[in-house]
Design a binder for this molecule. Structure first.
Ligand code: FPP
Length: 280
């Protein structure tokens, strides 16, 4: 699909200021907090597990929509460190099985859609058989050049920042740097990105758009460092009800936002009031 078709042809940025149809206003990276599987199931008097199963089905539709609109980066929060530590073992085990099945079932579709699979998080703490399937899926899709689907698994943002800090310090100390030099490196982070380069996400751009389903206004320890300037879109839809069309709607809403990155943006600057002559 051509990028420009996201903007209704009769309402281009020239004719309708609500739409900003320029290619530059399309997000490069969308991150999604997939929430509400349990509530989706509860509202139907189903077990939570069935909510997760339905949630896994939906993942593939959203991934394929992302691929069709040529979104370069899609990152999904599939399993947090807190999920692993705080949910019943039975549910954690089920989510692991679901992940395994999802990968086995969808690698062919990923290849058909030119999607590459990657992961972030403390994946080495996941069950070895799941890690094997993950490595297989990553290898099997490594040559694809379309959307990179990154699954955040056993992921926690604070842990990621601490891991990055540890790795930066180890690296700098091994290179014989003094405390003063290390402090200077950190002080120049905005320009040089030394710490960013140690994050799990070092190879990707920061998310432009963060979507959360289920109507909760929380970040839940997801990409705290990387979403500094992301636009946030919260939808009432529970994850198993989220569709490719909802993804497009979120993008359309993103296109209506003005990103200022701490600057002044494009709104006309207020004209200074006419100076009152100082009486002499
Ligand atoms: C939140 O719903 C969702 C999760 C904890 C896991 C997300 C997992 C999936 C969407 C399915 C598996 C994913 C892949 C990639 C195979 P919740 O259980 O917290 O919902 P609730 O807040 O309504 O209880």
């Amino acid at each position: 699909m051509d990028h420009m078709t996201l903007v209704p042809p009769e309402k281009t940025s020239q004719t309708d200021p609500r739409f900003r149809g320029e290619l530059s206003s399309l997000p490069n990276h969308i991150a999604i907090i997939m929430d509400g599987n349990g509530r989706w199931a509860g509202r139907r008097s189903l077990q939570r597990f069935l909510g997760h199963s339905q949630g896994a089905e939906v993942v593939q539709y959203v991934v394929e929509t992302a691929s069709r609109i040529e979104l370069p980066w899609l990152t999904l929060y599939a399993f947090s460190i807190e999920n692993r530590l705080r949910r019943p073992q039975e549910e954690v085990g089920f989510l692991m099985k679901l992940l395994h099945l999802y990968l086995v079932k969808n690698v062919k579709r990923m290849n058909d859609n030119n999607v590459r699979i990657a992961y972030i998080g403390r994946t080495h703490e996941l069950p070895p058989d799941v890690q094997e399937t993950m490595a297989w899926a990553a290898d099997a899709t490594a040559k694809n050049t379309g959307t990179t689907l990154t699954l955040a698994l056993n992921y926690g943002s604070r842990v990621e920042i601490l891991d990055a800090m540890r790795s930066l310090l180890r690296h700098e100390l091994a290179a014989g740097k003094t405390a003063e030099q290390i402090a200077d490196r950190l002080a120049s982070e905005a320009a040089d990105g030394h710490l960013s380069r140690q994050m799990y996400t070092a190879h990707m751009p920061d998310p432009d758009l963060l979507i959360r389903t289920s109507g909760e206004f929380r970040i839940s320890n997801f990409l705290l460092w990387q979403i500094a300037y992301a636009e946030i879109f919260v939808t009432e839809k529970m994850w198993p009800d989220f569709t490719g069309l909802n993804l497009i709607e979120a993008i359309a809403e993103y296109q209506r936002r003005e990103r200022r990155f701490g600057g002044l943006g494009s709104a006309p600057e207020p004209q200074p009031a006419e100076a009152t002559p100082i009486p002499v």
